[in-house]
Write a new protein. Structure first.
Lengths: 148, 755
């Protein structure tokens, strides 16, 4: 199966129903995308599929063959993603950091679709869990990235 | 089938781990890749004794926190590698260490990289010869030692520069990262002289910088790990790989102690894609495969007959255990318990009171819910050493435990302590709650490196829980409504006695902290504990006993106030009249919130709101908290939380604000949503769908004021938590008139209540 990941074609051998998350992590060694719950509850595994924030832990790899997949590994090569990362650094968002790949991807997806999001749009898009409770810093960083 | 040893892992590893070893252990530097040739010439290289015999022959005992070379390496480019005695899991410890060392060493903290130090006597900086990261102790317990260490290293660099330049030390000074000779205008970067400096003896009593001249301590220094954690580059144990490794997944017995019997479909599972082998472990079955998804799918497909725990199995989970029944049992335990704190004669004073107020409170089991599922990466090396990368907050204890499992001496265990994807007390040594013993056995069985990951579902099955607890209170009020007597008893088991041993005539302080040690002037009081064995595996959860006990006490305080027709804020102020530090802090949080007002009151958006206040004295710091709530669709909405925190003195205000935000989130999560429910010996929730944690849309605004009273430095990671549940619940009482005495609030339907 051929995948398009961060602009490169990658051949993978996993069973077609394998979640994209484990193809990324185990087969391709791209560990920036995190496993948190495996049930699309927490969002630590968020990647972009054709620009949409997608929970890779419940996304069968066969369903994204032919789609453009973007992971955290390419975040700084993406103009919107770079802006988001800079806002994350400026707002000193991460604590333990484990959920933050997914948070940054979710914010990037939001700002790609809605460059000047309303508070409601931010609340609607930024739904990933953070056990360290960095939610206020996340919201501040999204606002800053939208202005930058 | 690979038959593995059926021997049980020791129930209490700590019996061995508690006694600190006097001998230095060798460290394999090239394997650690710390300071090796790849990094170029080292300056201050690690020079630990090479082995037991040599260490025993060397007479002077190692004084923890003094040997510069065990902690610091300055590279040729004048960047600094620091081996932190304490593990970073989001608390900001690494940044704080860089600030403290950098301040005295005279080098910008931004030039530091840090990693968890290996096991060893140099790092035993907690409690006179021990080490763990916890109890909000890391910075406050090592602050002086780390300042001296940095100052010693600076002096060694000055001495090396003095020799190189042929001028006296007194003629030299430093600026960040360089030694200067003002008279000649010459300068040497630290990296140029570090190798020579490392060979010098450590000066015993270096002069310390005056706090008035601090450039980094006490300042909002940016965290060192933020960019890596914002770009996916930060690596946790779960992300690490070794050449030739197999991935492992397990299925645990539904109840602790049960053992795997027949595997009905073993042959089919063995034929599943990527499966390498199937293994029986104590209390679990495992599959090794070429990817973790394949291992997981296979192990979950295994149809296992679980046999009952053999008689006498320690900590075996009873098949009929129910958390609800356990709570009722705790509530039914009569008596006053073993006294922990007694002032005056509470019973006599109670007899003279004009009015007595009584209430019983309870709080449930809680899961840690850190987002990084537990894992362990293990390799048996050809030289007979066992090398492990494991999430842990106590390297020496884990090393000793791993040695016991592996059947080798501790010095043969090379332990790496990666950063943690969530701390919260999850990664202490909890026999059945750590995956590394399984990984050791699996790796040994197949002769290959193994990375074991517990699925979220297995984590919910085997986490070590915040204990469930009950507290009973009686207060005597005088004719004017002021409390004159207080009797309280906590019922349950404390996590400290579970893991460090219990003395039946002694109270586990972790079971009563937050009920005992309160700061209000109540003339006669008694706090006791009734110990009841907890059938669940219990552990340390952020703020430990304070996580529930301050909720119990501070909400009961408001009941006393209401019964005596006192405003709860004013009553607190009055009972703190002779305690200026606490009174000032209470007034500070009121000021931060725009002045105390209890409500209910209407705000511009039409909602009806009220506020609650609470105080706590956890982990050496003092905290005052106010919360503002309303009701919406029968649910509690927390709008704002104001926290005034007095840790005495501080290292990084920005980190403190982050930690308070984090503690508010976790405290609120526990108050609103969380409970682990057991029925028939099994936890009912196995993922976040059944165990909701605070989502972003329920996060309040958080306002923090740091008060530096100059008292001895207190903790930061945990203290922001305990005041939150009582402040919220007190606000709900003010809003609705309803006293909630059992958490979480999600059990209560507030529909139809005025809100």
């Amino acid at each position: 199966m051929e995948l398009s990941i961060n602009g490169s074609k990658r051949n993978v051998e996993a069973e077609p129903d394998t979640p994209l998350l484990w193809v990324l992590r185990d087969e391709l060694g791209m560990t920036g995308t995190k496993y948190g719950c495996g049930l699309a509850q927490c969002g630590a595994c968020t990647v972009l599929v054709d620009g949409q924030a997608t929970r890779s832990c419940v996304t069968p790899v066969e369903s994204v063959a032919g789609s453009a997949i973007m992971t955290i590994e390419a975040i700084e090569q993406d103009p919107v993603g770079k802006k988001v990362v800079e806002a994350w650094v400026a707002s000193q968002v991460p604590q333990c950091g484990y959920c933050q790949s997914g948070q940054v991807m979710a914010a990037t997806a939001l700002l790609k679709q809605s460059p000047k999001p309303s508070e409601d749009e931010i609340a609607g898009a930024m739904v990933n869990l953070c056990r360290c409770g960095t939610y206020n810093a996340i919201a501040a960083a999204v606002r800053q990235a939208a202005q930058g | 089938m690979n038959e593995m040893s059926q021997r049980f892992l020791p129930q209490r590893f700590l019996a061995q781990a508690q006694a600190p070893r006097a001998v230095a252990r060798p460290v394999n530097l090239s394997r650690r890749g710390l300071l090796g040739a790849a990094a170029g010439a080292l300056v201050l290289g690690v020079t630990l004794p090479g082995g037991r015999a040599r260490a025993q022959a060397a007479a002077p005992a190692i004084v923890p926190g003094t040997r510069v070379n065990a902690f610091l390496a300055i590279r040729p480019d004048s960047t600094v590698l620091f081996r932190s005695p304490f593990i970073e899991g989001g608390q900001g410890i690494f940044t704080a260490m860089a600030q403290i060392i950098g301040e005295e060493l005279d080098i910008d903290p931004a030039r530091f990289t840090l990693e968890g130090a290996p096991p060893g006597p140099d790092y035993l900086l907690i409690g006179g010869g021990a080490r763990f990261t916890g109890g909000s102790m890391s910075v406050r317990m090592s602050y002086e030692a780390m300042r001296k260490l940095g100052a010693s290293a600076r002096l060694m660099l000055l001495q090396a520069a003095s020799a190189r330049l042929g001028v006296p030390v007194a003629a030299l000074s430093t600026e960040p990262g360089r030694v200067l000779h003002a008279a000649s205008g010459r300068a040497l970067a630290y990296g140029e002289i570090a190798a020579e400096a490392a060979k010098l003896p450590v000066p015993p009593a270096p002069a310390l910088r005056s706090p008035a001249e601090f450039r980094w301590i006490g300042k909002r220094v940016p965290r060192l790990d933020v960019r890596d954690k914002s770009t996916g580059r930060a690596q946790y144990t779960i992300d690490l790989t070794l050449e030739g490794m197999l991935l492992a997944a397990v299925q645990h017995s539904p109840r602790l102690g049960e053992q795997p019997g027949a595997l009905a479909n073993e042959a089919e599972v063995r034929a599943m894609p990527g499966v390498h082998s199937i293994h029986r472990l104590p209390g679990a079955v495992a599959v090794l495969a070429s990817s973790w998804w394949r291992a997981r799918r296979a192990v979950e497909a295994l149809q296992v007959t679980w046999t009952a725990a053999p008689a006498g199995t320690a900590a075996a989970m009873p098949a009929d255990f129910s958390s609800e029944a356990h709570k009722e049992k705790l509530k039914g335990m009569a008596g006053e318990g073993v006294a922990f704190e007694a002032v005056g004669d509470a019973a006599a004073a109670m007899g003279k009171a004009s009015r007595v107020v009584e209430a019983t409170y309870d709080a449930p089991y809680l899961a840690h819910g850190q987002l990084e599922p537990p894992s362990a990466l293990v390799r048996w090396n050809q030289d007979g050493t066992l090398e492990m990368w494991i999430p842990n907050q106590a390297p020496e204890m884990f090393q000793a435990a791993a040695a016991q499992v592996a059947g080798i001496p501790p010095e043969k265990v090379i332990l790496h302590s990666p950063i943690l994807g969530g701390f919260f007390g999850r990664h202490f040594l909890y026999a059945s709650a750590n995956p590394f013993p399984q990984a050791i056995l699996l790796s040994k069985a197949v002769g290959r490196p193994v990375k074991l990951i517990w699925s979220r579902e297995e984590e919910f099955l085997r986490d070590a829980l915040r204990p469930a607890s009950v507290a009973r209170f009686r207060a005597g009020l005088d004719a004017s409504g002021l409390p004159v007597a207080l009797q309280a008893v906590a019922v349950g088991e404390g996590a400290v006695s579970r893991w460090f041993g219990r003395q039946p005539d002694k109270v586990d302080s972790s079971a009563v902290e937050g009920i005992a040690g309160k700061v209000y002037a109540i003339p006669d009081l008694r706090v006791g504990q009734i110990h009841v064995d907890d059938p669940a595996v219990i552990g340390f959860w952020r703020s430990v006993g304070h996580s529930m006990n301050d909720f119990f006490y501070e909400t009961f305080f408001d009941e006393m106030a209401d019964a005596g027709r006192q405003d709860p804020y004013e009553l607190r102020r009055r009972l703190l009249a002779s305690s200026p530090r606490h009174k000032a802090l209470l007034e500070a949080v009121a000021d931060l919130s725009g002045g105390w007002k209890r409500g209910p009151f209407q705000v511009a958006d039409g909602t009806r709101r009220a506020r609650g206040v609470a105080m706590a004295s956890p982990f050496g710091s003092e905290v005052a908290t106010i919360a503002e709530v309303s009701l919406r669709d029968g649910e509690v909405v927390v709008h704002d939380v104001w926290v005034a925190i007095d840790p005495g003195s501080i290292v990084n205000p920005a980190v403190i604000e982050s930690q308070v935000n984090s503690a508010v989130a976790l405290g609120l999560s526990s108050a609103l949503l969380e409970q682990v429910v057991y029925e028939k010996g099994e936890p009912q929730a196995r993922n976040f769908d059944g165990y909701p944690i605070l989502p972003p849309d329920r996060m309040p605004r958080v306002h923090v004021r740091i008060v530096e009273s100059g008292a001895p430095m207190g903790g930061i990671g945990e203290p922001g938590l305990p005041g939150v549940p009582p402040a919220v619940v007190n606000a709900i009482a003010a809003l609705t008139g309803r006293r909630i005495r059992s958490l979480p609030l999600s059990k209560v339907d507030f529909k139809g209540m005025q809100g």
